[in-house]
Design a protein around this ligand. Sequence first.
Ligand code: LRH
Ligand code: MN
Length: 388
Amino acid sequence: MSDVSAVKAALKSQVIETPSWGYGNSGTRFKVFAQPGVPRTPFEKLADAAQVHAHTGVAPKVSLHIPWDRVEDYTALTRYAEELGLRIGAINSNVFQDEDFKLGSVTHPDPKVRRKAIDHLLECVDIMDATGSPDLKLWFSDGTNYPGQDDIAGRQDRLAEALAEVYQRLGDDQRMLLEYKLFEPAFYTTDVPDWGTSYAHCLKLGPKAQVVVDTGHHAPGTNIEFIVAFLLREGKLGAFDFNSRFYADDDLMAGAADPFQLFRIMHEVVKNGGLRSETGVNFMLDQCHNIEAKIPAVIRSVTNVQEATAKALLIDAEALAAAQLSGDVLAANGVLMDAFNTDVRPLLAGVREELGLAPDPFAAYLASGNQKRIAADRVGGEQAGWGA
Ligand code: LRH
Ligand code: MN
């Protein structure tokens, strides 16, 4: 049986990075619904992220997205984050909204357009230098919509060339995290469509290049925990973008659509040393709260990840190994299901109290009155969103 004090210690030192864009307006092509109290500036997004950390104790990092979070003075933004007890996490590039990138960014047929895209990625590394962020997170919407539209292998050459130039620019304590996605916005080829393509590019680039697993970016039925176990074994799992989905890249709250999948993923993380800080896996949320209040939704997502982690930590590893090695299929599956069916909320409530926090962060936040306060204070100005 797992040592409860070791489980508690692991839960107390867990770090979940929240996305600045998760606090802004978001939607679909059909509609973006605004909400009262939505932040207007990156500073207000940090203030919202600080609420999540204040109530959960495990969310001290915030991912930024450029240009959505572009500011005059990144030192001031970083200092403000520190005053709030936060630090700047991954810097996300954005080569999916510029008019020039319709046919691709770093894979575009026109070298001038590729240059523009690479310069944006290099600007993101400058912002990492200014904010102390160790992670450059790259997701490319690049792809094609029709057979014959472009040279599939040629685009890979262009991608590899761009990644190599950016890789050279990285500092010793910096790394690039290459995210893959099956489709959307492109609907025929996507230039980084799956973990294998990202892994292959990262292998060629070197040790400072690792793969990002966004849980919403796979074909239905994909066994994501296999990918996680494989990449951890190779030392190439750099980060997660946690969210959940029923169909495609729905970007719903992590653990909301499929808590059992999140548990299976965290089991492979725990078993393969991915929770150890020295493994360097960055656990991030990448979600959109199109109809639900944003700060409470992020708090719920953080506690969902905590619950999946707690259940994974409670797995009786010895009993599991014994059953696996003796080929006792039902016993092995039973060990995992015992952990999954364990109500870990009392354990997590205890962990929070030991951290000096309220046992139920969601209820505590709603009772704090912060939601009413920001709705009253944040009137006027332009609410933050995807700026598309
Ligand atoms: C692409 C993605 C990527 C981010 C964006 C907000 O679907 O997952 O990680 O840049 O969402
Ligand atoms: Mn993502």
